[in-house]
Design a protein around this ligand. Structure first.
Ligand code: GLC
Length: 587
């Protein structure tokens, strides 16, 4: 299989002056509704819980909130199996709660992006249930991928595709008369049948769903599995096993097919119907696992989507050379299409970046590195995604008992299927199929679990929180100038204020010793500098300006003396940049 690099439509140079828009430099905070805040005390987060905490997000300094799915769902994949796209699942509240949440967010100056899951439905979706009831030949079967099996009596799956969660991507049905029937395709769990996007009813239905949520007031969509909707004609075999390995490395017959772009051109027209004022524009961000950032840029051509997650960045090790390369490749790929780069370190599918980038030996050192990684991410031009709890320095919970885990990839792996997966391109190294560890409910306050996640001390939480999280709660960290929460607050405040931070499409690299990154960003009315030491040893470098913010204690030698972690002392002649530390400078 080859990687195709087709030409990318570019933005005319004359257009570059109009590259404004709220999403171009937005910091977007991912709320995982199950685990953010539980207003009704049932142990499961809900929309009222999110609404209650919107002032916290405003004060944190983010621009927008992305909510993972809260739609009606049997929760076979934590809500990424939707049975009714127009309803809120009762466990999260109801439509009136959603409306209130959006209205309150807007009053606070926050935008709201909701997840949309167009690749697959829940097997409890009325279309799928009826398709099963009606049997082979039912027109409703044309909305999914039903196929007869191979072999003498259809006992073999129609092709060799493997599910992202392990095992075959096909499940055999039982006919209404009880005999073994056709098979249906599910790239994820069997409870998530894939839609057939060649079917007009599917496309029409999603147009209508988009409009319903846009009418309710949402500012945009995060498109789940945006790369998966179109399958290669004839559903050809791959001819290899262990297909998970290929995810994100190759164009597969079920991923990143050219046909998906027609769908997003269509969706863009719908979004544009709601206005094109750059301050209020409705946007869409693709969760697209592609082999290269160049392929990702194809989703961001001027008539397609506004942003895509940068999984290449998320998957990059804490290594100066590798980081510099991926930053350069990203900016180079985005510039021709005029789309903002995005940066992300953590989400609900991968091991939290504190644990993923860390050594696992020394928690303090892991935290130092995570904080340094965050300041690097927030210094880069474009938009950044923050996953709930990373602002508290939460680690991955690695020791959840099997009995409480709900990730279907985990169950599939345990059940003796093939290796479990379920993370982008296999980034969740060492913990495949164990995505529950980054989904543990947030600690807000108090000394007893669920630490303010729910209203009552000693009350339930759907996953148990580690006892050490009491000291990581929002309450415990607020006002402690060395806490990770205050670092995020400080960084987001500086990011808003400094003229050379936020949007943009390039950085100027400075020479730096091995293992150190140094770059500048220049605006008409200011120059910003960032230095990052990815090694574990202190490195002495010239101080490029006045220290704005540091991810940890730093010594700046200057006539004025020493600056502390959050100090604002005058320009130094040199700085001793400790290992795993990032410093922001006003140059
Ligand atoms: C996306 C989601 C993930 C989900 C999968 C299937 O990758 O982020 O959580 O399991 O899609 O919907």
């Amino acid at each position: 299989m080859t990687t195709q690099h087709s030409a990318v439509a570019t933005v005319p140079a004359s257009d570059s002056g109009s590259r404004t828009g709220w999403w171009r430099d937005a910091v977007i905070y991912q709320v995982y509704p199950r685990s953010f805040a539980d207003a009704n005390g049932d142990g499961m987060g809900d929309l009222e819980g999110v609404r209650d905490r919107l002032p916290y997000l405003r004060d944190l300094g983010v621009d927008a909130v992305w909510l993972s799915p809260f739609y009606a769902s049997p929760q076979a994949d934590a809500g990424y199996d939707v049975s009714d796209y127009r309803l809120v699942d009762p466990m999260f509240g109801d439509l009136a709660d959603a409306e209130r949440l959006v209205a309150d967010a807007h009053r606070l100056g926050l935008r709201v992006i909701v997840d949309i899951v167009p690749n697959h439905a829940s097997s409890e979706h009325p279309w799928f249930r009826q398709a099963l009831r009606e049997g082979p030949g039912s027109p409703l079967r044309g909305r999914f991928h039903f196929r007869p099996g191979k072999g003498e009596s259809g006992e073999l799956p129609p092709n060799d595709w493997e599910s992202i969660f392990g095992g075959p991507a096909w499940t055999r049905t039982v006919n209404p008369d009880g005999t073994p029937g056709e098979w249906y395709l599910h790239l994820f769990a069997p409870e998530q049948p894939d839609f057939d996007w060649d079917n007009r009813a599917v496309a029409d239905e999603f147009r209508s769903i988009l409009r319903m949520w846009l009418d309710l007031g949402v500012d945009g969509f995060r498109i789940d599995v945006a790369h998966g909707l179109v399958k290669a004609a004839g559903l050809p075999d791959l001819g290899v096993h262990d297909q998970l390995r290929l995810l994100g490395n190759e164009v597969l017959p079920f991923f990143d097919q050219d046909g998906v772009h027609e769908i997003y051109r269509d969706w863009r027209r719908i979004l544009d119907e709601y206005g094109t004022d750059p301050r209020t524009r409705r946007i869409a961000v693709a969760e697209a696992w592609t082999p290269t950032v160049l392929r990702t840029a194809r989703y961001l051509r001027p008539d397609e989507l506004h942003q895509a997650f940068n999984f290449q960045y998320l998957g990059t090790a804490w290594d100066a050379e590798a980081l510099r390369e991926v930053v350069g490749l990203t900016l180079d790929a985005m510039r021709p299409v005029g789309a903002p780069a995005t940066w992300v370190l953590s989400n609900h599918d991968v091991v939290r970046h504190l644990t993923r980038l860390g050594s696992g030996v020394d928690r303090e050192q892991d935290l130092r590195r995570a904080r340094a990684a965050t300041l690097l991410m927030l210094a880069l031009p474009g938009s950044a995604y923050v996953y709930q709890g990373e602002e508290l320095g939460l680690p991955e919970v690695l020791d959840l008992p099997d009995a409480v885990r709900q990730d279907p990839a985990f169950t599939r792996a345990k059940g003796g299927g093939s290796e479990g997966g379920g993370s982008e391109g296999g980034e969740a190294e060492g913990q495949e199929g164990m995505r529950d560890g980054c989904r543990v409910p947030l600690p807000w306050s108090g000394t007893e679990a669920p630490y303010g996640f729910g209203p009552v001390a000693g009350g339930p939480s759907w996953l148990p929180q580690p006892a050490e999280w009491a000291k990581l709660s929002v309450e415990a960290q607020t006002g402690d100038r060395n806490s990770t929460l205050e670092l995020y607050r400080g960084a987001l405040a500086v990011r808003r204020e400094h003229p050379a931070l936020g949007g943009g499409d390039s950085v100027d690299w400075d020479d730096a010793p091995a293992g150190v990154l140094a770059f500048r960003r220049t605006a008409a009315d200011g120059v910003f500098g960032c230095t990052v030491n990815t090694t574990t040893e202190t490195v002495r470098i010239p101080a490029p300006g006045r220290l704005l913010l540091a991810s940890g204690p730093v010594t700046v030698a200057a006539t004025a003396g020493i600056a502390g972690a959050f100090g604002t002392a005058g320009a130094g002649e040199w700085v001793d940049l400790p290992g795993d530390t990032t410093v922001w400078w006003d140059c």
